[in-house]
Design a protein. Sequence first.
Length: 216
Amino acid sequence: KFDMVADIGRGFIPSETFKNPNAPIGTIFLDAIFSPIIKVNYKIETTRVGKRTDYEKLFFEVWTDKTMKPDEALALSAKILRDHINLLIRFEEEPEIIETEEVDKAVEKIRKLLSIKVSELELSVRSNNVMKQAHIKVLGDLVQRTEAEMLKFRNFGKKSLAEMNNILKSYELSFGMDVSKYKKAGKAENGEFDFEIEKPIKIAKVDEEGKKQKKK
């Protein structure tokens, strides 16, 4: 007849760790193996992903003592590894500072420019008529168009295009812009920019060669 003491632990612990001078005479201390894993095999095979054949696939075979399922043991092992690696990552990682205020100011500035009414710009009669024909009410409507699209409108030629390019450049805008991020919530579908209207900058008119004419 003999008594045994069972304990809970993790991994492998040598018998020297358990030795206690106050233990009864004749106590035998044994190495403890707490891992539920009995055996593990793995193999690596090359695999193909799409047209690439330089990928590898990892296979695991796991046997346990039935106190834990193989997939649970593998998941727990991955978590322990991740927790250890995270200690290194957090040590090196610097806190990310997002300058949202500066970004918001830049977006707000562009939004104001896109809200400028085309009717308040000093356009030639021909360009103004095309704006009405194309239902372009603010600069936000205009910059979403491309130069090729604008040239398809009747009576809108290279002279009119030069005039509009001159105006857009004065506001640091251009044709073919993606304005989705400047639209306010709930306004993206109807194309409205719903923002404070900024007074237009006076632009010199453009002659047929694309040169600025002096105002009299």
